[in-house]
Design a protein around this ligand. Structure first.
Ligand SMILES: NC(=O)c1ccc[n+]([C@@H]2O[C@H](COP(=O)([O-])OP(=O)(O)OC[C@H]3O[C@@H](n4cnc5c(N)ncnc54)[C@H](OP(=O)(O)O)[C@@H]3O)[C@@H](O)[C@H]2O)c1
Length: 229
């Protein structure tokens, strides 16, 4: 079997890095992306195997275009795109004080970044025999459950990301597009008190990338099971 080519945005640390390590250990060719090429290189070098560093800022169209061209030249296709890069800028801020700039910056990375990267990678994904897009979302964006109010901009961005998942799944029936929630994890974003390690948080992501049936698409997944939006 061909080794899958998997690009993970924001793989320099946290859940992205943990997923990259696990996928690399399973024989995938992992493109470890970071805004800093040095950080990407350090992370990829520590994995050994076929891990490759990629400079990628999902808010920068030029950076996205260069990443597409690099993947096209080196591999000619992309099997799995993981939209993992995200920012959390309004931790413990009230909706009444939320600034326009904070909302814009949050959406630029967490939503527009995921959309533009997916759009740019679509021609390469369409060259795969088993194309997948995994959007790393959060229970913070879940509608219809216990409302999360601790970071309103972040929550709204993850609700929008979930809608992006549904829109892409409807537009591209040949691509297994899903959102996933890693659970609360000990990372720079999650802080030291979270109950899960980054490796535990990456488990469902790795499963969606390598093991989940292709027919599983247009869903929100946590702990390898579909949850409501
Ligand atoms: N930790 C949790 O408890 C938790 C819970 C639910 C969901 N999540 C989600 O899981 C994902 C990973 O979170 P994490 O906890 O691992 O966060 P993290 O430790 O803060 O890592 C975030 C990553 O995103 C990258 N990044 C930020 N802005 C970027 C941009 N403009 N372009 C490209 N990369 C960018 C950073 O890389 P560079 O600085 O090197 O570019 C970093 O590697 C996120 O989508 C997050 O919303 C996390």
């Amino acid at each position: 079997m061909q080794q899958p080519v998997i690009l993970i945005s924001g793989a320099s640390r946290g859940i992205g890095l943990a997923a990259a390590r696990q996928l690399s250990a399973r024989g995938a060719i992992v493109l470890v992306a970071s805004r800093s090429f040095d950080r990407a290189q350090q992370a990829a070098a520590a994995m050994g195997g076929a891990a490759t560093a990629l400079q990628l800022d999902v808010t920068d169209e030029c950076s996205i275009a260069l990443a597409v061209s690099e993947v096209a030249t080196r591999f000619g296709r992309l099997d799995v795109l993981v939209n993992n890069a995200a920012v959390l800028l309004d931790h413990h801020e009230s909706i009444s004080l939320l600034k326009r700039e904070v909302l814009s910056e949050t959406f630029a990375t967490n939503v527009s970044g995921a959309l533009c990267l997916a759009q740019a990678m679509l021609p390469l994904l369409e060259k795969s025999s088993d194309p997948r897009i995994i959007n790393v979302s959060s229970r913070a964006g879940q509608l219809g459950s216990e409302l999360q109010t601790w970071a309103p901009a972040y929550s709204m961005s993850k609700s929008a990301l979930n809608m992006l998942t549904q829109q892409l799944a409807a537009a591209y029936p040949g691509i297994a597009v899903n959102s996933m929630c890693p659970g609360w994890c000990r990372t720079e974003m999650g802080g030291p008190d979270a109950p899960r390690s980054a490796d535990e948080g990456a488990d469902t992501l790795v499963w969606l990338a390598m093991d989940a049936p292709h027919a599983l698409r247009g869903n929100f997944i946590k702990n390898r099971e579909t949850i409501h939006w």
